[in-house]
Write a protein that binds this ligand. Structure first.
Ligand code: SER
Length: 294
């Protein structure tokens, strides 16, 4: 497929990753070849100004297929999802968006013969029984959050569509992503972004997990690189499909706070762990990404 033939649809384009992935794809493949979609009406100006946009609720398969046909889409980056913390508040919504939404994307891709689909997963597929340090690629997947349940099911659904319908589906298990363009929303790893905003604005931050919490994290440029690299790798050599572990860095909250303090000496953090502590405690501290590197 040459760059000129690629017609991309990004779902969840106004989200934390979508709002940076979409401009990057537009730069790479031409703005007119990358359609941004989101359920939101107030989308970041960077998306509106730089290429086509359509409002899309991924739980609506009819509208999804209409859009695919209208823009002659052959590639999808399916970035929309309800994350872990919101998912615990609204488990039915999480199931609907993450499961029905993903199923709609896969079904539309099957019916309309799409060429390549990216479906992200998450470190949320792991649970308390999973080894916590350098978590292997193949391991126990018994998540305790609805988000994790939908991500495990999503990985399995993708494998099913690869095996039974020969679709080209790829994806990775994102760690917490650290970025500044668009704030994350509804995730457990959000503290690692919120802490920077609070440090600059208020010189203090109240953290919803305790100071020893350590989770796998990744800086946005590395997240975008991993995403594109997985999309461009030779599919025939893949031993996995939509579940590659990818690793960046791991740190305790107190270590991050100490680093920020070096730049803003008056910065202080207090800790008020809430329901998200239990979610964080059920996830690994670091993951082994040897399969993705290979
Ligand atoms: N960032 C996500 C969350 O915290 C994990 O994939 O829910």
């Amino acid at each position: 497929m040459t760059a000129a033939q690629i017609k991309i649809l990004v779902t969840g384009a106004a989200g934390q990753i979508g709002s940076e992935l979409t401009p990057l794809l537009r730069k790479k493949f031409g703005p007119e070849n990358v359609l941004a979609t989101d359920i939101k009406t107030d989308i970041p100006p960077v998306l509106n100004d730089s290429g086509p946009y359509e409002k899309l609720d991924v739980t609506n398969p009819t509208r999804l297929k209409e859009i695919i046909k209208k823009y002659q889409i052959n590639t999808i980056y399916h970035m929309s999802a309800i994350l872990s913390a919101t998912g615990e508040k609204k488990p039915q919504l999480a199931w609907n968006v993450n499961i029905s939404g993903t199923h709609n994307i896969l079904e539309a891709s099957r019916e309309l013969n799409l060429k390549k689909i990216f479906v992200p997963s998450s470190i949320a597929v792991f649970g308390p029984e999973t080894p916590k340090e350098l978590t292997p690629q193949e391991t126990v997947l018994k998540p305790k959050t609805m988000y994790g349940v939908t991500k495990v099911a999503g990985e399995l659904l993708c494998d099913y569509y690869v095996q039974h319908y020969r679709l080209d589906i790829r994806g990775c298990r994102y760690p917490g992503i650290i970025s500044y363009e668009t704030l994350p929303g509804g995730g457990t790893t959000d503290y690692a972004v919120a802490i920077f905003y609070a440090a600059i604005k208020y010189k203090k931050y109240t953290c919803f997990v305790n100071k020893n919490t350590m989770l796998p994290m990744m800086y946005m440029p590395d997240c975008l690189k991993a995403t594109i690299d997985i999309m461009e790798a030779d599919f025939s050599r893949f031993e996995h499909h939509s579940n590659f572990n990818i690793a960046g860095m791991s740190f305790k909250v107190e270590d991050l706070a100490a680093e920020i303090k070096k730049h803003i000496p008056e910065f202080t953090v207090d800790y008020k762990p809430d329901y998200r502590q239990e979610i964080a405690d059920s996830w690994p501290k670091s993951v082994n990404d040897a399969a993705a590197r290979k």
